[in-house]
Design a binder for this molecule. Structure first.
Ligand code: HEC
Length: 395
């Protein structure tokens, strides 16, 4: 049944033409015990270029074959060492010798500052070396097939039976002796495996001249095309999106102006559009109070003022203006906004403190827009009114 499903009794459909160069001698076994025994005998007989092929992993096979530890650890260590050496010498040369630059008062070459790069290059090279090492050294790219493929041996060794193949590369390899040896340890269907003809004659397709020429042509065409499009075409009318035009660049010389500078100060007294100059800086309170509040006292402006007050003022003045700040003595505690002084102040005076700051309190003119500052004044008025509610306020 199994044989039928696996089509084991049929001839191999696409047997590739084989040369006369021997790759290995292979034998099949029927049970796991037989193959384990054979593997042990093979390594005992001193063969070391051989491999065992089984449809599923067999416990104890590594020991029977006397498999040596892989070299991948040493390989990775050397790759990492290369990485760290490259990093240290690169940074040492660049910042220590070639382009000395004082950064933060540290020595030109600073080990601690270089550690991230050393770490990165170490793992980068370890990773790359291991991946490409695996592909080229262990997986033997660019060779993309193994002579054991498409043999009767492999057909069974990968399905219902177990196989061992002793390779011709082994120092004591001799076809007849190996055949006799395998028969002696109980091997059946002993088969000499030859290299496929194409494996010997042809180099891998990626090394064919045609392919390499094609690669070069594609590289040159892409490079020239990219350079032409990005470096040249965009500077030619009408593709240049007007980036070539007569103009004066900032921070350059210009003969248009007397002082030879391209950048000029605005004429004295100029007011930018949409900008409202504040002319009360340094004015006495008696004058400041003449400023009138342009933002009407209504639900909307109070809500707006509350939001802005809670954001900008409450960290110091507290949510209700009592001066009990969250900053709690990390900054001079501000006075209460419910004092008689502030209650008696005109809106303009409060606005003026926000705009100019007062002693240690900084100006908030840059953070809070003009109208929002007036809205905050409205909200402070609400806080003050709430603090001084009277019985008669109740309906
Ligand atoms: C960084 C903390 C801090 C922030 C934030 C802050 N203030 Fe002040 N404020 C103070 C201090 C401190 C004083 C007292 C300054 C002084 O010594 O005259 C003060 C004083 C004031 C006064 C004058 C009180 C008086 O009796 O002289 C007003 C009004 C005022 N702040 C309103 C505001 C408003 C409105 C905001 C939000 C836009 C605000 N403050 C944000 C710290 C702050």
């Amino acid at each position: 049944m199994l044989k039928k499903i696996l089509k084991l009794d049929e001839e191999l459909a696409q047997d590739v033409p084989r040369s006369h160069k021997v790759h290995s001698v292979a034998a099949l076994f029927d049970t796991p015990d037989e193959i384990t025994h054979a593997a042990r005998e093979t390594s005992n007989a001193g063969y070391d270029k051989f491999d065992v092929y089984t449809p599923y992993p067999l416990h104890g096979m590594d020991a029977a074959m006397r498999m040596k530890d892989t070299n991948i650890g040493k390989f990775a260590f050397l790759a990492g060492l290369t990485g760290i050496t490259v990093a240290v010498s690169m940074i040492g040369w660049m910042s220590g010798i070639d382009y000395q630059n004082i950064i933060g008062g540290k020595p030109y070459f600073n080990l601690t500052a270089s550690i991230p790069i050393m770490f990165e290059l170490t793992i980068l090279l370890t990773g790359l070396f291991c991946v490409f090492g695996m592909l080229l050294l262990w997986n033997k790219l660019p060779q993309i097939s193994n002579p054991l493929h498409d043999t009767n041996f492999m057909k069974y060794a990968s399905s219902t039976r177990f196989g061992v193949a002793i390779e011709a590369e082994d120092a004591q390899f001799d076809v007849e002796k190996v055949k006799a040896f395998l028969a002696g340890v109980g091997g059946k269907d002993i088969e000499v495996v030859y290299y496929p003809e194409e494996n010997i004659q042809k180099t891998s397709p990626i090394f064919e001249k045609k392919f390499i020429y094609l690669l070069i042509v594609v590289a040159v065409v892409t490079a020239l095309g990219g350079y032409g499009a990005i470096g040249k075409l965009v500077n030619i009318l009408p593709f240049d999106w007007m980036h070539n035009q007569f103009r004066v660049n900032p921070q350059t010389r210009s003969d248009i102006f007397k002082d030879g500078r391209s950048m000029q100060r605005p004429v004295d007294g100029t007011v930018a559009r949409g900008f409202m100059p504040y002319e009360y800086t340094g004015m006495p309170d008696s004058l400041v109070k003449l400023l009138s509040n342009p933002v009407p006292m209504n639900e909307f402006s109070i809500e707006r003022g509350k939001k802005q007050y809670n954001t900008y003022c409450s960290p110091c003045h507290g949510y209700f203006g009592a001066g009990d700040s969250r900053m709690n003595n990390q900054f001079p505690n501000p006075p209460t906004l419910h004092s008689k002084k502030v209650r008696d102040w005109a809106d303009g005076n409060i606005y003026n403190v926000m705009t100019n700051g007062q002693n240690v309190m900084p100006s908030y003119a840059k953070q809070i827009s003009r109208d929002d500052r007036w809205a905050i004044v409205n909200y402070i008025r609400v806080l003050q009114r709430a603090e001084n509610a009277k019985d008669t306020d109740l309906p």
